[in-house]
Design a protein around this ligand. Structure first.
Ligand code: AMP
Ligand code: MN
Ligand code: MN
Ligand code: MN
Length: 275
């Protein structure tokens, strides 16, 4: 069975509309798909209809932005009720911060000589859910960088002209919104944070203390060694293991939909909790 529990659509910073994403996933042989847009659930309804039509199973998902010890970490929520009021309120607060941050990013870019970034990013976001990817698209389109990866490196990360510090949800709030809605909280792409072993274990402990139960072991942004390391952490802490591509765009050749290696043998699959 092919399972992909981390993907994005145009409801956040992905390139495909939810129904296209589902069709592509089905075409790629995915049996179980979670749509996990950043800080929003607006794509789920369209995805659900498309999944029924395509005969695959859709799991409700989200990827919440969290500030933990002054760092941004991402927490994926799986299999929750999107109508749970505290979750909806939490999403609204994150979206408000996205709006404030977008204006600040544009202001900083303007100070470094790049005009019209807010409107430019808006064009790529379709008027909702502004993220750094939309600024990246604008900066590539307007000739400031060759590709999205270069934009991040030169403009949108710490100590670069368009960087704005995150002020996202607390770990405790994000996990409680998901678990309160009946879902499972998962630490997304843990290797991406470049934490020392000690810091990562600190994150895991804090996460479990507030009700987190799973970690992405297989991820489109993990190499084989990182997968093995995360499988060890999962075993040590008795966490469930998840697998997701973090697919955004068919034109990003480095991440394909639903073509993930199997979980290492010792892992407890997170989908045992809901399939
Ligand atoms: P945001 O949540 O708006 O701060 O944007 C985070 C998103 O930007 C991630 O989910 C990725 O889609 C994208 N992103 C972050 N870093 C990079 C990078 N180095 N290269 C390409 N995309 C990136
Ligand atoms: Mn993204
Ligand atoms: Mn992420
Ligand atoms: Mn993601």
């Amino acid at each position: 069975m092919q399972i992909d529990l981390h993907t994005h659509s145009t409801a956040s910073d992905g390139r495909l509309i939810p129904s296209q994403l589902v069709a592509c996933a089905a075409g790629a042989g995915v049996d179980v798909l979670a749509l996990t847009d950043h800080d929003g659930t607006d794509g789920l309804e369209e995805a659900r209809c498309a999944a029924i039509a395509a005969g695959i199973q859709l799991i409700n998902g989200i990827e919440l932005s969290v500030t933990w010890n002054k760092r941004t970490v991402h927490i994926v929520g799986l299999n929750f009720d999107p109508d749970f009021a505290p979750l909806k309120a939490g999403i609204l607060s994150l979206q408000n911060f996205r709006e404030t941050r977008a204006r600040e990013i544009a202001y900083k870019l303007e100070k470094s000589g790049i005009k019209g970034a807010y409107e430019g990013a808006m064009r790529f976001s379709g008027g909702k859910m502004l993220g750094r990817m939309h600024f990246a698209n604008f900066l590539v389109d307007s000739g400031h960088a060759k590709n999205v990866r270069k934009v991040f490196k030169h403009y949108l990360v710490q100590n670069k002209p368009g960087h704005v510090t995150g002020n996202w949800a607390s770990l405790e709030d994000a996990v409680s919104w998901i678990t309160g809605a009946g879902g499972i909280a998962v630490i997304a792409h843990p290797a991406r944070y470049k934490l020392t072993r000690g810091k990562l274990r600190h994150l895991i402990k804090d996460f479990m203390a507030v009700g987190g139960r799973a970690i992405e072991v297989v991820s489109g942004s993990h190499d084989l060694n990182e997968t093995k390391t995360m499988a060890c952490h999962a075993s040590d802490f008795d966490l469930y293991a998840s697998a997701g591509s973090d697919f955004h765009d068919p034109d990003f050749p480095w991440i394909k939909l639903g073509q993930l290696p199997p979980l290492p043998r010792q892992c407890k699959p997170v989908w045992d909790l809901f399939l």
